[in-house]
Design a protein around this ligand. Structure first.
Ligand code: IPE
Ligand code: IPE
Ligand code: MG
Length: 236
């Protein structure tokens, strides 16, 4: 079983369009798929589940859709936080908080604070997240330390830079699953994905369930991870 599974939850709009429904209905059903997936991940003994719920680039969608997505996040935290807490889930948030509405910032903070001491599944919510933004932010922080003379330029290693990421203590994802058939990362965890297995599933996110998760994990287990080396049997 992988320790860290990351999911790009894609295809809500297409799910709705295929049924003649408004896009927001796809997003609503997407929240239900998220609930199912969190429960399944916990049952399967996965340690960390990271979900991509709003990208830095999603601000370019129409204002009405952004309004719907923000409303769904508010409702998800308000309705599901107590349940997640009772199931020993620890919530972590990655992404920029600065440009978010104040009440959303407070809800995200509340979710992290309430569940801080839980030691079950870690649910990492990537909200207003972009990997390039995360890398640039880390570079800025390192640059300040170098400029202040507290760090030498030679000391800047991949490990040092990664320590400035949003959730630097969390191991890289073993597998990144993307639904809806699209085969790209869309600015998700670019650095951390260096050696992640990528699994693309053809179904839209609102249809994702335990069976689909188990199918994607079975595909992961068929992969041979080498990390640039050789597999044990052939190394001699
Ligand atoms: C994923 O579904 C949810 C978000 C990106 C917030 P989409 O809204 O991207 O659905 P499609 O890709 O248009 O079908
Ligand atoms: C990626 O999906 C972002 C999330 C799932 C939150 P998009 O639907 O925004 O990605 P593109 O635009 O198809 O690459
Ligand atoms: Mg999409």
């Amino acid at each position: 079983m992988p320790r860290h599974v990351a999911i790009i939850m894609d295809g809500n709009g297409r799910w709705a369009a295929a049924r003649g429904l408004p896009r927001v209905e796809g997003h609503r059903r997407g929240v239900e798929a998220l609930r199912r997936t969190v429960r399944a991940a916990g049952d399967l003994g996965i340690s960390v589940l990271t979900i991509f719920s709003f990208s830095s680039e999603n601000w370019s969608r129409p204002p009405s859709e952004i309004h719907d997505l923000m409303g769904l996040l508010r409702r998800f935290v308000r309705n599901d936080l107590a349940d997640l807490h009772s199931r020993n889930v620890r919530v972590r948030i990655i992404g920029e908080r600065e440009d978010l509405d104040r009440d959303i910032c407070l809800l995200l903070q509340e979710a992290e604070d309430l569940t801080r001491n839980n030691d079950g599944l870690v649910l990492v919510i990537a909200f207003n997240y972009g990997a390039r933004q995360e890398i640039a932010r880390a570079a800025r922080r390192v640059a300040i330390e170098v400029a202040q003379g507290r760090l030498s330029a030679e000391a800047v290693t991949p490990e040092l830079l990664a320590r400035h990421f949003h959730a630097s203590d969390i191991p890289d994802p073993d597998v990144i699953i993307r639904t809806s058939g699209e085969q790209r990362l869309s600015n998700f965890l670019l650095w951390q994905a260096a050696y992640s297995e990528l699994v693309f599933v053809p179904i839209n996110w609102p249809d994702f369930d335990r069976t689909a998760l188990e199918g994607a994990l079975a595909e992961y287990r068929r992969r041979e991870r080498r990390f640039g080396g050789l597999i044990a049997q052939t190394a001699s």
